[in-house]
Design a protein around this ligand. Structure first.
Ligand SMILES: *Cc1c(COP(=O)(O)O)cnc(C)c1O
Length: 386
């Protein structure tokens, strides 16, 4: 979506800041996913709900036929409410509470991605109390690093996630002794915003080794789940608005050796929703300091925390000015020095009242909003409802 393709007229009456989602781009992105994944037998995509759980977004994702990857009981409820069948829901997380496990059991979800033996024991007990069998996959820590921000790597031995891969046979054996557990898969997730296909290749190689070890013990899993992590181009949201799903799925098709009948599951979050969303904010003041100009806007890190949390880059455009560019720091109103969206960026000369679009904000944006400073939560609008 190029600048100018935003329905600026329609924005004028809405309270800023708000999230704007391009429904067409979301549908095109989902179509690309289904088309590229569909070329390979047994590939199943679950949308990682934590990236964006806006019901309007979820409805479009459900219509495209994706399953859901949940990391809390609330996310399972949101998925079911959006109409995603329980048979397509996977449930991960290092700290599943009893009530959350019960939601999974009561709805007969596809799989619990289990991250420790104590958790497995609790799931077994709770399943037994209900006379059910829980389907589980073990989340193994593959000790594969991803070339991404240190705060969003998850597959290294030092991270809190998963079970040490050297314990794989031990945990499978323990699970075999539990009457209300059925082990159906192995699960992995190495991190987020990954653009180097070599990182996914390294994961494939590791899984191939682990599957060979299983084979020596005559164990075959029903499925392998490789998590998510595919990144998007935050620099070029207009030119590269749909991630390279072809390379992503082809990498797995080429490098991962599936066993006959085995299905391969993916949990994509960011790559599905990041580019379709923008945070729309109004300029409150232009403040000229001695060394720089600040564009002070009405959105803050309470609306979009990624820049403050990870120094994340988001492209910013002035939707209502075509004047010669000038250089600004774009900052929010929150009483914290980290409340900065961008430093020293060029924007068309900006005035009080101008609307800015903070791009590529569909993932980990609205869902991470807070009410710090007693602020209102931002609304989210779908393009086809305006
Ligand atoms: C966050 C998460 C994902 C999605 O990650 P993206 O980088 O948004 O694709 C997938 N699986 C698990 C287990 C996660 O925690």
């Amino acid at each position: 979506m190029a600048k100018g393709q935003f329905p600026v007229e329609k924005f004028q009456d809405l309270r800023t800041p708000f999230y704007y989602y391009d429904a067409d781009l979301l549908r095109q992105t989902l179509q690309a996913i289904q088309q590229e994944a569909g070329k390979h037998e047994g590939f199943n995509v679950h949308y990682a709900i934590k990236a964006n759980a806006n019901p309007k977004v979820l409805r479009i994702i459900r219509q495209a036929g994706l399953g859901a990857d949940c990391v809390s009981g609330g996310e399972i409820e949101a998925s079911l409410k959006a109409g995603i069948p329980a048979s397509k829901i996977v449930f991960a997380g290092v700290g599943k509470a009893d009530w959350e496990i019960n939601i999974g059991l009561d709805n007969d979800i596809f799989c619990f991605n289990v991250e420790s033996i104590p958790e497995l024991e609790v799931i077994n007990e709770m399943a037994s109390a209900k006379g059910k069998t829980a389907r589980v996959a073990f989340r193994l820590n593959p000790n594969v690093g991803a070339h991404t921000h240190a705060n969003i790597t998850t597959g290294l031995a030092e991270n809190k996630f998963g079970i040490d891969m050297r314990d794989m046979l031990k945990v499978i054996e323990e699970a075999d002794g539990m009457p209300n557990i059925k082990v159906v898969g192995l699960h992995f997730h190495i991190g987020s915003q990954i653009l180097d296909m070599g990182d996914f290749e390294a994961l494939c190689n590791r899984i191939n080794e682990l599957q060979m070890e299983l084979e020596r013990h005559h164990i075959v899993m029903e499925h392998i789940n490789v998590g998510g992590g595919l990144g998007v181009d935050y620099q070029h949201p207009n030119r590269l608005s749909i991630p390279d799903f072809k390379s992503y799925f082809d990498t797995y098709a080429k490098k991962l050796k599936l066993r006959p009948g085995q299905t391969l599951h993916f949990e994509l979050g960011r790559a599905v929703v990041a580019q379709c969303g923008s945070l729309i904010t109004r300029t409150l003041y232009i403040k000229e300091g001695s060394v720089k100009k600040f564009a002070i806007v009405d959105a803050g890190f309470t609306d979009l925390i990624r820049p403050a949390l990870y120094q994340a880059y988001h492209k910013i455009e002035n939707l209502t000015s075509n004047e010669e560019p000038d250089t600004y720091d774009v900052v929010g109103p929150i009483c914290e020095s980290t409340d900065v969206f961008a430093k020293q960026i060029d924007l068309n000369r900006t005035h009080r009242g101008d609307l800015l679009a903070i791009r590529s904000a569909g993932a980990y944006g609205e869902i991470m909003a807070s009410q710090y400073n007693c602020r209102l939560l931002p609304q989210g609008y779908m393009s086809d409802e305006l």
